[in-house]
Each structure stands twice: as C-alpha cells, then as structure tokens.
Ligand binder design. Structure first.
Ligand SMILES: Nc1nc2c(c(=O)[nH]1)N[C@H]1C(S)=C(S)[C@@H](COP(=O)(O)O)O[C@H]1N2
Ligand SMILES: [Mo]
Length: 406
C-alpha cells in the first residue's frame, strides 16, 4: 500500500476496523485523523538481511538486492529478495504443521505431518532460480503500478525436500487433473480471518517435473521465516509467485486453478503485443509460465573505477526459465560489438549459470558494460525495454553497469 493510501485508509476507518488491523483491541480512543504508530507484527522480516538490501515496500515487505550483492554462486538468505503479498504468519506451530492434499481431482484427501514427509519419501536437493514476475518493472515506460523492482527480485538458493510428484501420486491423481494450486498460512493485509492472500499454481505437467519440490530446507538449514518456514513449494524457472510460502495445502484441480492472484490480470500478459499504455480486456491476457532469458553482472559493482591498461574480470549469472542459457556476451560499445563470456553449465536443470569474461578498454573514459544472454532456442535479451505490458511483468532487458577507466 502506498503511504498516501494508508493514511486515507486510517482516516476513513472506525476504531473497530483499526482493532482488526492491529489484531488487538484499541483501549483508549484515538482522535480522528491521528495516525497511529501500529504494532508491527512483521518487524522481524529484515532480521538477518544484509544492510545493503533495498526496501521497496514495508507493508507488506518487498525487498530487493542490488545486483552486486547477488555475486554468490548460491544465494544466501541475507541477500535473498522478499516478496510478500500479505503478513508473515505470527505463530508457526512446527510440531502441529500439516500438509493437506485435496481437490476435486485428488483420488484421496491426505494429510501429512512434516515428520511423515521427511520419513516416508525420498529427499532431493536442487538449486532453483526464483524470479518475481515483476522483476524489472521499474524499467517500463510508461510506468506501471506495483513494486518498482529494478534487477534484484531474483535468487538461486539450494532447496531440499520431497518431490511434489511423489506426494501427489501418493494421494492419487485422477485422470481429469490439469492443475495444482497451493495455500499458505500468511495473513491477509485486511486481517480478515481466513481470507486467502495468494493461491496460485501450475499445470500438472510442470508440477510433476523432477525439480518441483515441497521443501523444508534452504541452503542446508531451516527455511527462514520470511521465506516460508517451515514448508514451501519451490518451482524453479516460473514466476516465483507459484512457489507458495508457509505451505499447508495443495489442491489437485480439474481446471486452471482459480485462487486469488490467478484470476483477473495478476501474473498475466497480453496475448498479442500492445502499444505502451494500452490495457486490453481480461480475456486477451495469458498466464505467465516459463520466465524469459535474462542475466546479471554481479561483479564489479556499477560505478567501478579501473586503471587504464588493466584487464577487468567481470562475472555474473544467467538463466532462462525452463530452458538453458547457451551463450552470454558482453558489449562495451553499446552493442556495436559483442565479446563471448565463458559460461558454465547449470548445477542442475532450472539453476542459474555462472559466467566470467575478461575485458580490456581501448582508452581512458566512461563506458557502459552490457550483458546479453541467449537461450537454447536462440532467443536473446532485448537491449532496451521489451514488450510493454499493463502490469509491468517479465522485463528481461540487458543489465548494464558503468565503468570509468582512469
Ligand atoms: N504464501 C505466500 N507465498 C508466496 C507469496 C506470498 O505473498 N504468500 N509471494 C509470492 C511471490 S509474488 C514471490 S515473487 C515469491 C517470493 O519469494 P521470497 O520472498 O522467498 O523471495 O514468493 C511467492 N510465494
Ligand atoms: Mo512475485
């Protein structure tokens, strides 16, 4: 919620509503027009996060990493972006935590404790790329509503859990199943009890892939609370909004899942290209599936100074949704010429790939270094703003940094 909207909301609200927002009774009357301080139940969200993280919104928390912070091969918790649509659950009963499998296309309704999941099924660990569908939104013109992510709504951590497929098959998948949808325990911003914050999903085919996990560990430890403790769906390569945090239920559906933020224009783009600023009707949108090819320069940080005559070793990562990245090139002359980087294979399918390249600059002065990835189907990142869309999703234009040679 924007600061202005919040102020208006409080002005308009009666004390009862305010009590609901604060989730407690307001004991003494608050004068009309007075802005209360709130009791911030979400205050621990930034605990353990790097001081360099950039807060785009704190109600709910939306926090991104500047590109140079994402230099690690595997993203550590303190540098992982946060994208919340609601409020982090306030009480988490790990011992009583269960995962329910239900839905009209589940042969049996099943309930598993965390212990059941860990004991009865094989464990798998994968590095998985999670990128917010709105990452890059700040680069759209005209600007679109929503969190103004620059480049840092992306992570690639190592997730451990059981295969979603093994659990779905244990419950039994009816022949008419086409989709799955998740439910998490976060709290709706209105604090209306039982109101679902976000409930998205994927087609059954994607759910049944080897790398689709129900995870309880991230980078070898419990998942941090803000990232979904104690259980999370992790589906790499697709908008990270399909990776449900604080997971308690998965429904096997006989139609496209219709939970909050699956419908309307959420996480959808126009089927046909539109002129920037044009917002077509809902039936002309499609759900975003695999994310487009993209890359980051994570070293050096933009604004670096280099002594003339020295070689600069640049590095970063590249990813391409369900596909692999087959080439990474950099340019120091605004795309007139391109130099190929050394590109590593991914650790596993749906993990990002690391690249390095050594660059020399012909004379002293100001340069911009651009990185451009190409996927296994031959599709490259655009150098400028890609197809504009009304919700500002999937901006995969080239990342660039400034270098001064002195
Ligand atoms: N339960 C729940 N799951 C959620 C969300 C949420 O608000 N609630 N946000 C989604 C979105 S839009 C993104 S981009 C990712 C962000 O994951 P992270 O905060 O762990 O980086 O979580 C997804 N899963
Ligand atoms: Mo997202």
């Amino acid at each position: 919620m924007r600061e202005n909207d919040r102020r208006r909301f409080i002005k308009q609200s009666v004390l009862g509503t305010l009590g609901t927002i604060l989730s407690t009774e307001v004991v003494f009357a608050i004068p009309e027009g007075y802005k209360p301080l709130f009791f911030d139940n979400d205050r621990d969200a930034l605990k353990g996060k790097s001081a360099e993280m950039v807060v785009l919104n704190d109600r709910p928390w939306n926090v991104e990493a500047p590109a140079h912070l994402l230099d690690d091969a595997v993203t550590p918790a303190e540098k992982m972006f946060i994208r919340n649509n609601g409020i982090v659950p306030e009480t988490i009963d790990v011992n009583g935590w269960t995962l329910t499998i239900n839905g009209e296309s589940a042969k049996n309704k099943k309930v598993y404790t965390l212990e059941d999941l860990k004991k009865k099924f094989k464990h798998y660990t994968y590095q998985l790329t999670l990128e917010c569908g709105g990452n890059g939104r700040a680069g759209y013109f005209p600007s679109t509503a929503g969190n103004q992510w620059t480049n840092g709504g992306i992570s690639c951590a190592e997730w451990t859990g059981v295969r979603l497929r093994d659990i779905l098959e244990d419950a039994g998948i009816k022949d008419d199943a086409v989709y799955i949808g998740y439910y998490g325990k976060d709290i709706h911003p209105s604090r209306e009890p039982g109101k679902v914050v976000i409930s998205r999903g994927v087609p059954l085919k994607k759910a049944l892939e080897d790398e689709s996990l129900i995870a309880w560990a991230m980078n070898g430890k419990d998942i941090p609370v803000v990232h979904g403790y104690p259980l999370r769906l992790v589906i790499g390569g697709w908008p990270a909004s399909v990776s449900g945090k604080w997971l308690h239920t998965i429904s096997i559906r006989n139609k496209v899942h219709d939970g909050p933020k699956m419908t309307g224009k959420s996480y959808k783009v126009p089927i046909n290209p539109v002129e920037p600023g044009v917002d077509p009707p809902e039936d002309q949108f499609r759900i975003i599936e695999s994310m487009p090819v993209k890359s980051l320069i994570t070293y050096p940080q933009t604004g670096a100074m280099l002594d003339f005559g020295k070689t600069l070793a640049l590095r970063g990562h590249a990813w391409a949704g369900d596909l692999e990245v087959k080439q990474l090139e950099i340019s120091i002359d605004f795309g007139a010429t391109w130099q190929k980087a050394k590109l590593q294979a991914p650790k596993n399918r749906l993990a990002w790939q690391h690249w390095t390249v050594e660059v020399q600059f012909p004379k002293k002065g100001y340069y911009e270094v651009w990185a451009k990835a190409t996927d296994s189907k031959g599709v490259s990142q655009p150098m400028v703003m890609p197809q504009w869309n009304p919700e500002g999703y999937i901006n995969n234009s080239c990342h660039r940094i400034a270098i001064k040679v002195v």
